[in-house]
Design a protein around this ligand. Structure first.
Ligand code: NAP
Length: 229
């Protein structure tokens, strides 16, 4: 007998990422979209919307996400966070030792996760590095969560600060270039996102994985793609 589909509630459902996520969840045979939460879609509160949900997916805004996480944890609902720009220490404080799990990823695109991995490896061998992140002009946070996470991974691997430059222009989705320099040479690692579909396999993987995480909160898609490191 087949298991019942995972019931997914989606916060930020009317936004750019929310609309792409709603379509991806509706297209997944093992998932059911049970609630779409967004000020633009009506006034129903988060607590009512979470009734019957197994997982809350949040693609809202830096000043909204933690209240949603708090409500979900209070209701025993697992959380997948795609929103960036919040304080990770605050998440740690909220989500540690809770019966429900929290998974967050600053970037759900496989190419971006590989970029971060290669950048951390390259940082061990090159004298200096800088990050240029380029996003659409309506993005609320700068630098991006991906750039901050890349810099943290490079710092962890090789020490030293990695400066970040932020570009905001219409026409862009979410791009990043990591430039590394050494005597007489440069290395460029560049990830370009042309459509929000790039993030959807990662979002669906996180929804399928969040109930069984080894620890919570867990940050970074790499932990789900390569659990052995
Ligand atoms: P967006 O188009 O502005 O969408 C956000 C939506 O959330 C808006 O409709 C907003 O409504 C709604 N919202 C605000 N507060 C809410 C609340 N308390 N409950 C429910 N909905 C609420 O933004 P976006 O481009 O989709 O990006 C959303 C987030 O995802 C950003 O933090 C962005 O950096 C991040 N992101 C992550 C990834 C990743 O791979 N992890 C990829 C792309 C983007 P109002 O407009 O009425 O405020």
């Amino acid at each position: 007998m087949s298991e019942r589909p995972t019931a997914v509630a989606l916060a930020g459902a009317a936004g750019r990422m929310g609309q792409a996520t709603a379509a991806a969840v509706k297209g997944a045979p093992d998932m059911e979209l049970v609630a779409q939460i967004d000020p633009l879609l009506g006034a129903q509160g988060i607590a009512e919307s979470l009734a019957g949900a197994d997982v809350l997916v949040d693609f809202t805004a830096p000043d909204a996400v933690l209240a949603n996480v708090k409500a979900a944890l209070a209701a025993g609902v697992h959380v997948v966070i795609g929103t960036t720009g919040f304080d990770p220490q605050e998440l740690e404080r909220l989500a540690t030792d809770q019966p429900a799990n929290v998974f967050a990823a600053p970037n759900f695109a496989i190419g971006a996760v590989l970029m971060m991995r290669f950048a951390a490896e390259a940082a061990r061998h090159m004298a200096g590095a800088e990050i240029i992140e380029l996003h659409h002009e309506q993005k609320l946070d700068a630098p991006s969560g991906t750039a901050k996470r890349t810099a943290a991974l490079m710092r962890q691997a090789a020490g030293g600060e990695v400066p970040i430059h932020s570009v905001r222009l219409p026409g862009l989705v979410a791009d990043q270039e990591v430039l590394l320099g050494d005597l007489g040479q440069t290395l460029s690692i560049r990830h370009v996102t042309t459509s929000r579909e790039a993030f959807m396999p990662g979002v669906l993987l996180a929804i399928r994985s969040v109930a069984g995480l080894p620890s919570s909160p867990l940050i970074g898609l790499e932990h789900l793609l390569w659990p052995q490191g």
